[in-house]
Design a protein around this ligand. Structure first.
Ligand code: C2E
Ligand code: CA
Ligand code: CA
Length: 322
């Protein structure tokens, strides 16, 4: 039986140590040539990793075929976008509710395919993270965004730039030197740069993360916790890490509606930020009602379709009155 099975296995870190995932395909049922068997085993391995139902071990099935083909197509699309520099940066304003001034923008990535279609992050970020292609993608994005920041400064526009950094990218040993050399290359002020990281990052090597964040903080770069409240529920990391901003997830902002307003969580997070002398940002603000309530609650900056969708840099205005 053993000779008939192509195996693909991978060790991957879990919260408490390591676990093993195994993908299997069987000769001759699944394929008759070794290359196809290995590709099928790889598809099964992917399923074993992402689907806890399989408890780390999964046999290939035909239904995986189409998924595996679409993964391959997406992978090729990402590789292509990297090699042809078809990464695009859009920007979404973050507005001070009292003045209407844009204090910061979030840079949001898109890629373009060969036909010129724009592909949104939901279609490529998780695969890019899994395959580590997020590193070259993220590097192109940082180049684009820092060049834009430089241009704004040359035009005397004082806007802080927020960059989304995936845990894969943040934990890569080249990330810190890469970012520092890019900052030097574009001659931008580190105090105008903010890194948005998610709580899932804190589940990794916390000592290394603290060291890197301290290094960024010493230069004046700020750190924002994205999607705050949706992930890790242990808040003690907030005291250990040099965090500057809590970004309240849009799922909580959604609950502020005229019909059935539920503001408890937003109020709690905004109070937590005030109590810890942090800034708060509300994302996914879609209505005037929400904007007004968030202003009254004391949220520092507002971001969402109510003010603007993510747009090319030239379409960012200086002011978006509430
Ligand atoms: P995110 O960091 O939570 O970004 C906010 C997402 O919410 C963006 O989606 C934005 O377009 C969308 N959004 C903003 N305002 C509203 C609103 O009022 N209503 C609704 N329904 N949505 C709103 P987008 O641009 O599709 O990005 C999705 C995710 O992809 C981001 O979520 C982020 O996790 C990831 N991403 C985007 N750009 C980058 C990047 O450069 N690097 C990395 N690592 N991840 C990125
Ligand atoms: Ca973000
Ligand atoms: Ca977010």
């Amino acid at each position: 039986m053993r000779e008939n099975i192509a195996e693909f296995g991978q060790l991957h870190p879990e919260i408490n140590g390591f676990s093993v995932s195994i993908g299997l395909s069987v000769y001759p049922e699944d394929a008759i040539d070794s290359q196809s068997l290995v590709l099928h085993a790889d598809a099964a391995l992917h399923k074993a990793k992402v689907d806890s139902y399989h408890e780390g071990i999964c046999f290939y099935s035909e239904e995986m075929e189409s998924k595996s083909l679409s993964r391959r197509a997406h992978y090729a699309q990402i590789k292509n976008a990297i090699s042809h520099q078809r990464v695009i940066a859009l920007y979404q304003p973050m507005v001070n509710p009292f003045t209407g001034d844009v204090e910061a923008v979030e840079a949001l990535m898109r890629i373009r395919d060969e036909a010129g279609n724009t592909i949104p992050p939901v279609e490529f970020i998780s695969l890019a993270e899994e395959t580590r292609l997020i590193i070259p993608l993220g590097e192109q994005m940082i180049h684009l965004a820092l060049a834009q920041l430089k241009e704004w400064h040359e035009n005397e526009l004082s806007i802080r730039l927020c960059l989304n950094i995936s845990p894969v990218q943040f934990l890569d040993p080249h990330f810190v030197p890469f970012l520092l050399s890019a900052i030097e290359h574009y001659g931008v002020k580190p105090s105008m740069i903010e890194l948005e990281v998610t709580e899932s990052l804190m589940l990794q090597n916390l000592q290394q993360i603290i060291r890197d964040m301290m290094q960024f903080r010493q230069l004046g770069i700020s750190i924002s916790i994205d999607d705050f409240g949706t992930g890790y529920s242990c808040l003690s990391y907030l005291k250990e890490l040099p965090v500057d901003v809590l970004k309240i997830d849009k799922a909580f902002i959604n609950q502020i509606s005229t019909e059935n307003p539920d503001e408890a969580l937003v109020q709690t997070i905004a109070q937590l930020a005030i109590g810890m002398s942090l800034q708060s940002v509300a994302e996914g603000v879609e209505s005037r009602f929400q904007a007004q309530r968030l202003k009254d609650i004391g949220v520092s900056l507002l971001q969402g379709y109510y003010f603007s969708r993510p747009v090319p840099a030239k379409d960012i205005q200086k002011n978006y009155p509430l």
